[in-house]
Design a protein around this ligand. Sequence first.
Ligand SMILES: [Zn+2]
Length: 89
Amino acid sequence: MLRLLAFLLLFILVVPILRVLLGAVARALHDLVSGPAARGGRRQAAGGRLHRDPVCGVYVSEQVAVRREAGGETLYFCSEECARKYGRA
Ligand SMILES: [Zn+2]
């Protein structure tokens, strides 16, 4: 009987902890999949404004992005390779 009580107590303690952990993992996965900009209102990241790479769809900070001027607007790419691909497309 005492064993059952101990098990129940453990269960009661562990379930909320697991739920918090799973919630954190789910949120982290969601951020990975949709990107920080998808949450809306949080486009201002620590590394500066985020811009979408038109080639691979990745969000890049304008501080580290590869820039290309095209038709009066600035395009931001994650890498030289993507900028080159865009030029060829
Ligand atoms: Zn790219």
